[in-house]
Design a protein around this ligand. Structure first.
Ligand code: NZQ
Ligand code: ZN
Length: 388
């Protein structure tokens, strides 16, 4: 751990089948006007909506609602939520759903008391909030993004063909999150596996960088091994509570700022995937799956030792008789076959990308410099073409 850093995570977690029972106590800490935010209706179908509204009623809260938060929430929907929160004097936001609902609630929280347009302020000018922030609590129904314990809030602007994430600070992170693995069991398999790959890629984004001996990398390897093991069980039996609970807990630790301590981080798979998402509105985890292997095969020569370590420590491949290059390729081949086993989308053309979109997707790809190789625009285009 050669660098200097601080570590603090303010989100309180309640995990397990009984975790909703803590909601009542938590609600006592916040104002009476609650904004209940949820997605397209899965929580009504599962019965969770009724359970939560009963608790809110029991606590005497005045509840306003924003429903229909879509996967990859939009700037337009964000403005609508801000308006509803203002009209109802919302003092607390309760997000019930996946990463989209949690991200969206954070974006609303920093915009209610701010006069500027939130898209321009936070996503184009990348400013930090200078206004009062409405506290957010999450009840998570999908494992993947880590939004339940981080400051990330990704918003899509379809007119501008941009999908951009702003990682806000401690004061925007959820005050508490309720994680009941049972809630994730109603997810369609496509969403479950997209979430699993999102988790894997969050760890990879933070693992594939640097050359020092770093505790964060050892934690990452353990998380990846556990995730791969649990995913193989869950994909055969999605109702396996033990596997689903391990996946949910891994998702939280994969992106709650822990495994990035003391490291530079890459995040180029996410930059490519987000730009693909801006053009196609495809499921986040699938956009990552479809660009990952061409990207990693391209940068692997620049960080071959780490890719070789990935092969031995994560995939259990023997180093005997192999060069670092051979090991590195074997590790990526193992990841590829695992991805196919999960049934992930392996090509961006299968997500609706056409040849005509490639240049625009490259324009919308933010190029970061924390990984093993800083891509130029031509290299972005060639990775995208190799992902078709
Ligand atoms: O809207 P409903 O009806 O709830 O349906 C959702 C949605 O259609 C459904 N779903 C969620 N829980 C369910 C369920 N269906 C049945 N049973 C349940 N228990 O699943 C669909 C996808 O949900 P969504 O919230 O969009 O998925 P996810 O959790 O993957 O979130 C994706 C968003 O998070 C952003 C992504 O870019 C994307 O906008 N990310 C946020 C990050 C962060 N905060 O740090 C980092 C990530 O890299 C990611 O970029
Ligand atoms: Zn992600």
């Amino acid at each position: 751990m050669l660098g200097n850093f601080s570590y603090h995570n303010p989100t309180k977690l309640y995990f397990g089948e009984d975790s909703l029972s803590y909601l009542k106590d938590e609600l006592k800490n916040y104002g009476n006007n609650v904004l209940l935010v949820y997605g397209g209706g899965s929580i009504k179908k599962s019965g969770l909506y009724d359970e939560i509204t009963a608790v809110l009623k029991e606590c005497g809260k005045n509840v306003a609602e924003v429903s229909g938060v879509m996967p990859n929430p939009t700037a337009e929907k964000l403005r609508e939520g801000v308006k509803t929160a203002r009209e109802n004097g919302s003092e607390f936001i309760l997000a019930v759903g996946g990463g989209s609902v949690c991200d969206y609630s954070k974006a609303v929280s920093v915009s209610v008391h701010c006069d500027d347009d939130p898209w321009d302020k936070y996503y184009i000018r990348f400013e930090e909030p200078s206004c009062e922030i409405v506290p957010v609590g999450c009840i998570l129904t999908m494992a993947g993004t880590g939004s339940e314990m981080n400051g990330g809030a990704v918003i899509t602007n379809h007119e501008q063909h941009l999908k951009i994430g702003h990682v806000f600070g401690d004061d925007v992170m959820p005050k508490f999150s309720i994680l009941n693995p049972r809630y994730t069991m109603t997810l369609p398999k496509y969403q479950m596996t997209a979430g699993i790959y999102d988790i894997m890629n969050h760890i990879c984004e933070q693992y594939f960088s640097g050359e020092d001996d770093n505790t964060s990398d050892y934690i990452s390897e353990g998380l990846m091994r556990g995730l791969i093991h649990a995913s193989r069980i869950a994909v055969k039996d999605p109702q396996d509570y033990e596997a689903r609970s391990n996946i949910m807990w891994t998702a939280t630790w994969a992106l709650n700022t822990l495994v990035s301590r003391g490291k530079s981080t890459d995040w180029m798979v996410h930059m490519l995937g987000q730009s693909v998402g801006a053009y196609t509105d495809a499921t986040h985890g699938m956009t990552l799956a479809a660009v990952s292997l061409p990207y990693y095969r391209y940068i692997m020569p620049y960080g071959v030792k780490k890719f070789a370590r990935f092969a031995t420590e994560v995939w259990g491949i023997s180093a005997e008789g192999k060069t670092d290059e051979q090991l590195a390729e074997a590790g990526l081949a193992a990841m590829e076959s695992w991805m196919k086993e999960l049934g992930l989308v392996m090509k961006i053309s299968d997500l609706g990308v056409t040849d005509e979109m490639i240049e625009g997707i490259a324009d919308g790809t933010i190029i970061l410099d924390g990984g093993y190789k800083v891509l130029d625009r031509d290299e972005v285009v060639s990775v995208l073409k190799a992902s078709m």
